[in-house]
Design a protein around this ligand. Structure first.
Ligand code: PBG
Ligand code: ZN
Length: 332
């Protein structure tokens, strides 16, 4: 601080006294255009199905998914991030790169119904593998280099289907480079990559795994996802991804990792996303349903904190509701 203010000449409360002053000097604002809504499309259902641990979030059928995307676009939500549940899972996760795979088909329908909405696709294997891991299983672990070719294949098939951006979440070393190369080689040099660069092995992913039935059948993901104590390692992960061609980098989860978001933004000045994950949604929802917290206020507070820490865009299961709240009432 160069000019330390002094009481009583300076009284910080002067600008807090009215909502109009508060709005004028607010340093951070939430804008639906900065939010990304995760969308689950399930090949096994005909009607939208609730997810028990995420009240208000649904798995949609292929027939319904475009309608939901259109609703998001109408509310001004910035983008949708698609996750698929295939008709059947196998050890290779072949549903992930099938030409007529569930995500590939959903992208086509969404782009037709809501051409203005940015459609992002998750690039990973865990929703498609029978063992639930994010890569090729060899022995007791996941084989990094054998997985790269499959991730590239998934990304390419999604780009061919019309995805606007691909988002690799497998936490394999070299995944961004492998995907960039495959996309460039096939005429998709303009398709950006948003990398889940610093994805921690978190206890907050449980509801998501329920939604897509992707809990690992054996072991856990600590062999490839990051260890929560580490911040400097996150910076190395981000540096690598940027070198490999990531257009956006991501920190995940958001809650508990705001320091990581802040450092990443400060250090690299790169477009930075934060993922408010399923468990964060579930925590807020559960307390709100019991009447223990005020849901709107807590949601806005949590997302404002994520933006304040430096995130440019936020992936959140609250995207649709927030957009609706803002539309109805203006800034909350
Ligand atoms: C898997 C993946 C996960 C999420 C997005 N992609 C979870 C995991 O690692 O099991 C989590 C999203 C959430 O919890 O909302 N590649
Ligand atoms: Zn995965």
């Amino acid at each position: 601080m160069r000019t330390p203010a002094k009481f009583p000449a300076y009284r910080p409360r002067r600008l807090r006294g009215s909502p109009r002053f508060r709005a004028l000097v607010a340093e951070t604002r939430l804008d639906p255009g900065k939010l990304v809504a995760p969308l689950f499309v399930d090949a096994k259902i005909r009607r939208k199905t609730a997810i028990a641990s995420m009240p208000g979030v649904f798995r949609f059928s292929l027939e319904e998914i475009a309608g939901e995307a259109k609703a998001l676009a109408g509310l001004g939500v910035g983008a949708a991030l698609l996750f698929g549940i295939p008709p059947a899972k196998d050890s290779k996760g072949s549903g992930a790169f099938a030409r007529d795979g569930i995500v590939q088909r959903a992208v086509g329908r969404i782009k037709k119904a809501a051409p203005g909405l940015v459609v992002m696709t998750d690039v990973c294997l865990c929703e498609y593998t029978s063992h639930g891991h994010c890569g090729v299983v060899k022995g007791a672990g996941v084989d990094n280099d054998a997985t790269l070719a499959l991730l590239a294949k998934i990304a390419l098939s999604q780009a061919r289907a019309g995805a606007d951006l691909v988002a690799p979440s497998a936490m394999m070393d070299g995944q961004v480079a492998a995907i960039r190369k495959a996309l460039d080689g096939a005429g998709f040099a303009q398709v950006p990559i948003m990398s889940y660069s610093a994805k921690y092995a978190s206890a907050l992913y449980g509801p998501f795994r329920e939604a897509v039935e992707s809990a690992p059948r054996f072991g856990d993901r600590r062999g490839y996802q990051m260890d929560p104590p580490n911040l400097k390692e996150a910076l190395r992960e981000v540096a690598l991804d940027i070198q490999e061609g990531a257009d956006l980098v991501m920190v995940k989860p958001a809650m508990g990792y705001l320091d990581v978001i802040q450092k990443v933004k400060e250090e690299f000045h790169w477009p930075t996303a934060a993922y408010q994950v399923s468990g964060e949604y579930a925590l807020i929802k559960a307390a709100a349903q019991r009447g223990w917290v005020q849901e709107k206020r807590l949601v806005m507070e949590s997302l404002t904190s994520i933006r304040r820490s430096g995130a440019d865009l936020i992936i959140t299961y609250y995207a649709k509701e927030i957009a609706r709240w803002i539309k109805e009432k203006g800034v909350i």
